[in-house]
Design a protein around this ligand. Structure first.
Ligand code: CMP
Length: 392
């Protein structure tokens, strides 16, 4: 290996960023995501096309080759994800192979591994056309590219007790309606309500508002029961929708606010911290999104917090001139260090996501991490005395 070549760990770090980190503005990462989405959709489309006899007869072999090519791409992707696994912050304490083994057990990696099962089945049972349909499991790989899908998964997990209660209510209502109808009209319409299985089918159809088939109650009591069942159906289905809807909203809001691990780990100031300290910070940092033009700090006010720019930019109206600070930079540290008033006005120049570290937390944090404290002091010093400072 020549000097000009990057070290393997650097290549792996970069591969990790592209594959796993999903950096918001990383073009390579986004391009790769799109390529994988297109390959997955193409493979699913090919599988569906192969169920059409005329297409299968005309292009069967070509489609087969295309499918094998897709599997090759999935295999390369899977191997690459395993290779970069030791770069995950949470796994960095493990040896490389331990990290890979642990990572292989994560839900998305299990789904990725499942994508190969159809090929194995096709090799083991050649000629069984139905086995080809198992390839449709690859559709699940799209979950990786839909953060909202993961959010719904979390919401369902969080609301599982309430949702279970809904299922119990629905089951109870279904059985009660079926029993009532069976009792009232079982003799009148024995072919449709003569036993509980028929009556259950009727009540399920009524509750789901798919009409109850051609069955019209013939007795007054039957009509009452049918009307109540329809009403209860609306209630039973509206309830879980409302629960999931509210949970989804809460989750999205929390995600905006609970600062993520990856976000904090990528702030240059914290880049040397270990995973435990970053986890602590995730708990104490607040997120604040400000629109362009918002005055975040006003000169002369007392200092109550330090800010880190997660995305966007601000302008500092410093005595030495206007300074633009961008993603990864911090500001508002001087008043906290000197316990005096703010030295400059700071205004957002675009919509900016800020991580806010309150004054007390700031002092506790730099006490616990003296080298970060020294760096912040050095930057503050440079900003006061030196030329216009740019922070790293
Ligand atoms: P503080 O005085 O608490 O509030 C205003 C902030 O603007 C200040 O902390 C610094 O973080 C920042 N600031 C002041 N002067 C400069 C400068 N010359 N370059 C960059 N940032 C500055």
């Amino acid at each position: 290996m020549t000097d000009a070549e990057p070290r393997p760990s650097t290549v792996r770090e970069r591969a990790f960023e592209i594959l796993e980190h999903g950096r918001r503005r990383d073009l390579a990462s986004r391009v790769l995501d799109w390529i994988m989405v297109i390959v997955i959709l193409a493979d699913v489309a090919v599988t569906l096309a192969q169920t059409q006899p005329e297409i299968q007869a005309a292009y069967g072999e070509d489609l087969q080759i295309f499918d094998r090519l897709c599997v090759l791409i999935f295999a390369i992707e899977y191997a690459a994800r395993l290779w970069v696994a030791p770069e995950h912050l949470m796994l960095q304490k493990l040896s490389a192979w331990q990290a890979r083994a642990r990572f292989a057990g994560t839900p998305m990696m299990v789904i990725d591994a499942l994508a190969f099962v159809p090929l194995i089945l096709e090799i083991l049972f050649p000629g069984v056309a139905l086995i080809r349909l198992t390839r449709l499991v690859r559709f699940l790989k799209l979950a990786r590219y839909s953060p909202a899908l993961a959010t719904i998964g979390r919401v369902i997990a969080a609301e599982r007790r309430a949702l279970l209660a809904c299922v119990i209510i629905l089951g109870g209502v279904m059985m009660a309606a079926a029993a009532a109808m069976h009792a009232v009209e079982g003799d009148v319409q024995p072919e449709r309500l003569g036993d509980m299985s028929k009556a259950m089918w009727w009540s399920a159809a009524m509750l789901a508002k798919i009409g109850g088939g051609e069955l019209t109650p013939v007795t007054a009591a039957g009509r009452m029961i049918a009307a109540i069942t329809v009403m209860l159906g609306i209630f039973c289905f509206a309830l879980p929708v409302a629960i999931i809807g509210r949970g989804f909203y809460e989750e999205i809001r929390r995600r905006d606010f609970v600062v993520t691990f990856a976000l904090v780990a990528h702030v240059p100031l914290f880049s040397r911290l270990d995973a435990a300290s970053i986890s602590d910070l995730v708990g104490i940092l607040r997120a604040r999104t400000v629109p362009a033009g918002t005055v975040v700090i006003r000169k002369g006010e007392p200092g109550d917090a330090m800010y880190l720019i997660a995305s966007g930019a601000v302008e500092v109206d410093a005595p030495t001139g206007k300074v633009r600070l961008e993603e990864g930079d911090f500001f508002g540290e001087m008043a906290l260090l000197t316990r005096e008033r703010r030295t400059a006005t700071v205004t957002a120049i675009k919509s900016t996501d800020l991580l806010v570290l309150d004054c007390d937390d700031f002092h506790r944090f730099i006490d616990r991490n003296p080298d970060i404290g020294a760096h912040v002091r050095a930057v503050a010093q440079e900003r006061t005395t030196g030329p216009v400072a740019r922070v790293g």
